[in-house]
Design a protein around this ligand. Structure first.
Ligand SMILES: Nc1ncnc2c1ncn2[C@@H]1O[C@H](COP(=O)(O)OP(=O)(O)O)[C@@H](O)[C@H]1O
Ligand SMILES: [Mg+2]
Length: 444
């Protein structure tokens, strides 16, 4: 309910505030117009009544005193007003007309041309708009009162049809314009949010256009600078990694040549093994730098298809485990990713499952905005306290210290790096029933 009344989006809120203000202003305008119109109508009505009253008075005043009664009757019938001649001013239960009304009547009566001597000696006013009629008593020079009662139609509050139509058209147009302007003005904010979201997945996303209103152009420029700095930082890091890896290779090669001359066979074997390991680590480091220096372009790929391919390749590489490779999930699921990098990340997870767990069961699931890949195996599992540590570079658990199983401890580091660069992540944990589960997520 509150969500409906107070929308969450900036555009919605701005539009709401503007529309409510617009409505208030329009209602106020409408009221002012209605009051004004009522006043003007009332004024015209009173002037009309005043002129009529005084002309009746004039007719009576100028008539021969003997024929006054006939004159009065004739007027009575003609004017739609009740005219009575009396010795006294009108008395009535209806309240006296309010002063403003009296003033208007008096002023208008002065406008009728008449000899000052013929003008009424005295006035009495009774009734007003509320009473529905007006009684005016005017004293003739001879002391007789001419008492006129005229109906006073109510001034209708209702507005004319054309006005209402014009008013509606105006309101709708203003509201439409407001919505359009709000949408236009707040659109860049959404663009900025989308760009920030996108940068999380793709550092090489094209820069934001730095146009539009000044504040937003500044924000876009700041955002572009930030993105550029992040790119440079990452590039520097990877460049350094590659340089170190490269420069270590030459001395290792020299050492290996020299180690060949070690007399003691046991010592020579161990030294060469260590140097081999060192070389493998350097190669892996170089590969790591290469992998994460991701200028590979984002593409739409079928994740389900990719996972099945990985299993095929795993079956070729480890025929013994072919029985224990399985895929469950949709036939097709498209995600935006860097194909080679993503394949490397998932290959590492599948490779681990096969090497340390003897097989891999892949489960693909699509959620609202994420796709998850579960890589399950029935191996020894991972102690909870090691679950984060295995993602650190060169960390290998004691049980897998055996170099025969393969890597140097960079597989998970690389996998996490790649998935995080996509806006996803990977975690690893022991499954309650035994075995390990690696959970990779990827935005769709
Ligand atoms: N599925 C798994 N089951 C048991 N242990 C695992 C599994 N995956 C990874 N590990 C442990 O995490 C360590 C780090 O993995 P990784 O980074 O891929 O390096 P590497 O495979 O080169 O040893 C492995 O040495 C292994 O001890
Ligand atoms: Mg590995």
């Amino acid at each position: 309910m509150t969500r409906f009344l107070w929308p969450r989006s900036l555009g919605g809120r701005t539009a709401l505030v503007l529309l409510v203000s617009l409505t208030l202003v329009q209602v106020a305008g409408l009221a002012i117009h209605a009051f004004d119109r009522t006043d003007a109508l009332r004024f015209a009505q009173l002037r009309n009544i005043a002129v009529r009253a005084i002309s009746i008075y004039r007719t009576v005043a100028l008539a021969d005193p003997d024929s006054r009664d006939e004159v009065v009757q004739a007027i009575d019938a003609r004017e739609g007003a009740v005219v009575r001649l009396s010795d006294a001013p009108p008395v009535s239960t209806i309240p006296p007309a309010y002063p403003e009304l009296q003033r208007i009547l008096r002023v208008n009566m002065q406008l009728v041309p008449m000899r000052p001597a013929d003008r009424p000696r005295d006035y009495v006013w009774l009734g007003g708009a509320a009473a529905g009629r007006l009684m005016i008593g005017m004293r003739l020079p001879d002391g007789t009162w001419v008492n006129v009662t005229v109906p006073m139609p109510r001034v209708r509050w209702l507005l004319s049809g054309t006005f209402l139509v014009a008013f509606l058209v105006m309101t709708v147009a203003a509201a439409g314009l407001t919505l359009w302007a709000v949408r236009r003005l707040t659109a860049p904010v959404a663009t900025l949010a989308a760009a920030a979201e996108r940068l999380g997945r793709d550092l090489n996303a094209p820069p934001l256009p730095e146009d539009g209103p000044a504040e937003l152009a500044t924000a876009a420029a700041a955002f572009n600078i930030m993105a550029a700095r992040m790119r440079r930082l990452l590039a520097d890091r990877n460049f350094m990694l590659a340089a170190i890896g490269h420069d270590l290779r030459t001395p290792i090669t020299r050492l290996k040549l020299r180690a060949e001359f070690i007399e003691d066979e046991e010592l020579r074997r161990k030294s060469l093994a260590d140097l081999d390991e060192l070389e493998a680590m350097v190669s892996a480091t170089l590969a790591f730098g290469r992998d994460t220096l991701s200028d590979e372009a984002l593409a739409s790929i079928d994740l389900a298809e990719l996972l099945r391919t990985l299993l095929d390749e795993a079956a070729d590489a480890w025929p013994d485990a072919a029985e224990r490779l399985a895929y469950a999930g949709p036939d097709h699921l498209t995600v935006g990713a860097r194909p080679i990098a993503l394949k490397r990340a998932l290959t590492n997870l599948v490779g681990n499952a096969v090497k340390y767990g003897g097989g891999a069961r892949l489960t693909l699931a699509a959620h609202d905005r994420m796709a998850t890949v579960l890589v399950d195996d029935d191996g020894p599992g991972i102690p909870p306290e090691e679950a984060e540590r295995v993602f650190q570079p060169f960390v290998r658990l004691e049980a897998s210290r055996n170099r025969e199983t393969g890597g140097v401890g960079l597989g998970l580091t690389i996998a996490r790096n790649i998935l995080r660069a996509h806006g996803g992540d990977v975690a690893i944990a022991a499954r309650p029933g035994g075995g390990t589960r690696a959970t990779a997520t990827l935005p769709r």
